[in-house]
Ligand binder design. Structure first.
Ligand SMILES: Nc1ncnc2c1ncn2[C@@H]1O[C@H](COP(=O)(O)OP(=O)(O)OP(=O)(O)O)[C@@H](O)[C@H]1O
Ligand SMILES: [Mg+2]
Length: 314
């Protein structure tokens, strides 16, 4: 049995960035972004072809390979390799404790805020190794923004100042420019109409769903390329959740989005690509398979994925 999907799956047509079969299997062109072959990888599967036995080429914004993350001597994720498609929504799904948040945090080096955490492997953002010592994590987090599970507006700041906060950190910005960025970000986060008459009110005076959109506006204000969302709607009611899902559908035209979610219907509704993680007996999380969301939910390659998406496990 496979899960009933509320929304129709994405069309079967090849994505616009698909390349003809005679194209090389991987590699970067000098003018364009790297074309990277996505693949399945688990403890028993090495470089297995992806959906329906065919190799797929995707325009990847982020390419992760050989990623291991440890907390002290405990290995939380094992040898993860996956690529994250540009201007698409990638959902990370899997049982509690399999390392989804750990994985997400390594994409903008948030793990460095955890003293015991240690990372091996590489994360390439547009071909640049974000783990390199000369990459400034503060700058990186502007390019790879994050939205957390619970809305966390800065409690003493107004709505306006919450959105402007990231920009202010970068130095002096003229007021007119700041106001323009605040308006643009709130519009993109689909919150402007609800707050335009009370920009000086405290950010925490908003509803939970509005606060989460405020946090999304705050992330957008610094003009990121990638937005990481760790269960962004799990603390929200169904109406606010729907609003966030609609917003993701709009944002993916301009941003690369990675979302962790426990909600299978949500993953099926909002994402273009899905990566399923699980964990082994040593409790280390690993990637079972990655592919187009419609394929992962209706025709997964692995029994483990089938069991998870159909609710038999986790
Ligand atoms: N700061 C930490 N120190 C030590 N161990 C940690 C830390 N954070 C996470 N872990 C461990 O790493 C593993 C993965 O945790 P993580 O939070 O990434 O899982 P998750 O898939 O996001 O789970 P959930 O779905 O419950 O949010 C778990 O075994 C967890 O206990
Ligand atoms: Mg988590």
């Amino acid at each position: 049995m496979t899960l009933q999907i509320d929304a129709p799956p994405p069309p079967e047509a090849a994505p616009p960035e698909a390349v003809p079969p005679e194209a090389p299997e991987s590699g970067a062109s000098e003018s364009g972004p790297a074309l990277v072959t996505t693949y399945l990888r688990g403890p028993d599967v090495q470089l297995a072809p992806a959906a329906r036995g065919e190799r797929r080429e995707v325009d990847a914004a982020v390419v992760v390979s050989g990623l291991n993350v440890y907390y002290g001597s405990f290995r939380a994720i094992r040898d993860i390799g996956l690529s994250i498609r540009r201007h698409a929504v990638t959902a990370i799904i899997g049982p509690s404790g399999c390392g989804k948040s750990t994985f997400l945090r390594t994409l903008n080096r948030m793990h460095e805020l955890t003293p015991t955490a240690r990372v091996e492997g590489s994360v390439l953002l547009d071909g640049i190794d974000i783990m390199a010592p000369d990459v400034d994590p503060v700058q990186l987090r502007r390019v790879v923004g994050m939205v957390f599970q619970r809305p966390n507006p800065f409690p003493t700041m107004s709505i306006h100042d919450n959105v402007a906060a990231g920009l202010r950190l970068t130095g002096r910005v003229a007021k007119a420019e700041l106001d323009a960025v605040v308006e643009r970000s709130l519009r993109r986060a689909a919150l402007w109409d609800e707050v335009k008459d009370k920009l000086r009110a405290n950010g925490t005076s908003l509803s939970g769903g509005q606060q989460q959109r405020l946090c999304i506006a705050r992330a957008l204000a610094v003009d990121p390329e990638v937005i990481l969302m760790d269960e962004p709607a799990s603390a929200l009611d169904p109406v606010a959740t729907l609003r966030i899902e609609q917003l993701m559908a709009e944002l993916r035209a301009s941003y690369t989005i990675v979302i962790v979610t426990h909600n299978m219907q949500q993953a099926a509704r909002v994402s273009d690509e899905t990566a399923f993680f699980t964990m082994g007996e040593d409790r280390a999380g690993y990637l079972v398979e990655q592919g187009p969301t419609s394929q992962i939910f209706t025709n997964p390659k692995h029994q483990l994925t089938e069991d998870y998406v159909s609710g038999r496990f986790g």
